[in-house]
Ligand binder design. Structure first.
Ligand code: DAK
Length: 260
């Protein structure tokens, strides 16, 4: 499926959402954000798709940020609406019921870095560059970068990156835990699909509940988070997947999960 700025393709159990504005380094304007949201709505409806890969078109950028051209003359009310749209789309991805892998090849700046941080797992190529350049434009990150970056890499490192507006390369991003893996450019999609396939072969309800336990638990104190985990653990025992997973182990055969 294709919109003006976003593509949705399907490869077996994997849905690939591509931000497709390579001439503007896939920068996020309002239409692009809306279309990303629409693509994820389509994926949500497709039971065959178990894992999503989010990537950027071309060989230069994942997403080089929010679209500066479209932001330049925004009124305060327009910029508030833009910020709310971006936050809504990014929250949709973060809480999406299927795991989302960001396949990153190139510039991942500002809103692009914020978009990548909403994904569950980030795989990047060696030439990728990461940063939050907003203070250099006289603004602060507006798609929750001030919140997600410190949660991912810690307060001190997040402050250093945001205050200095410095870009870091993939090696440094890997070292500080901003990304999960670095692979050669020609291996990026293969590696992302390999990881997606591995996740798709497991109990999908269990993967979904594990995502919920991690995301929601990180926002609670430990005692409450452990009770939440216990509740979700209990919920697993209402699924066919739990019965199949454990029976398959006992019968020494691979499990056949049905998503039920
Ligand atoms: N917006 C619009 N166009 C962009 C763009 C961007 N972020 N990044 C690149 N482009 C466009 C360039 O203008 C150029 O267009 P043409 O001149 O060809 O028409 C084309 O993409 C190719 O870029 P360059 O010619 O500049 O390519 P280079 O290889 O020389 O440089 C670069 C690549 C990534 C270093 C450079 O393009 C660059 O510095 N881009 C800007 C990166 C940046 O500052 N990104 C952060 C944007 S600010 C908020 C909501 C959201 C946000 C904040 C608040 N609320 C509403 C509260 C988020 C803010 C941001 O993300």
């Amino acid at each position: 499926m294709a919109w003006d700025n976003v593509l949705l393709e399907k490869d077996g159990v994997v849905g690939v959402v591509t931000v497709n504005r390579p001439k503007a380094l896939n920068a996020l304007n309002g239409d692009t954000l809306t279309e990303i949201g629409l693509a994820f709505d389509e994926v949500a409806k497709d039971d065959e798709i178990k894992v999503v890969i989010l990537t950027g078109a071309g060989d230069k950028a994942f997403v080089a940020g929010a679209d500066i051209l479209s932001m330049q003359k925004m009124t305060p009310m327009e910029s508030k609406a833009f910020s709310l749209l971006g936050q809504q789309v990014m929250s949709k991805i973060e809480t999406f019921q299927k795991p989302v892998i960001a396949a990153i090849n190139g510039f991942t700046l500002g809103g692009g870095c914020e978009l990548a941080m909403c994904c569950d797992i980030r795989i990047a190529t060696p030439k990728s560059m990461f940063g939050q350049p907003e203070v250099g434009l006289g603004i602060i990150p507006g798609f929750a970068g001030t919140q997600r970056l410190p949660r991912l890499i810690g307060k001190g490192r997040a402050k250093e990156l945001i205050f200095s507006a410095a870009n870091i390369n993939a090696e440094e991003a890997y070292r500080i835990g901003l990304i999960n893996k670095v692979v050669e450019e020609d291996q990026l999609m293969a590696e992302a699909k390999k990881m997606a396939g591995k996740i798709a072969s497991k109990g999908q309800i269990a993967v979904r509940l594990a995502k919920e336990a991690i995301n929601e638990g990180m926002e609670m104190d430990l005692d409450k988070a452990m009770i939440h985990e216990a509740d979700l653990f209990g919920l697993c025992f209402s699924t066919e997947e739990q019965r199949e997973g454990m029976t398959a182990f006992i019968e020494k055969r691979p499990a056949k999960f049905t998503g039920k």
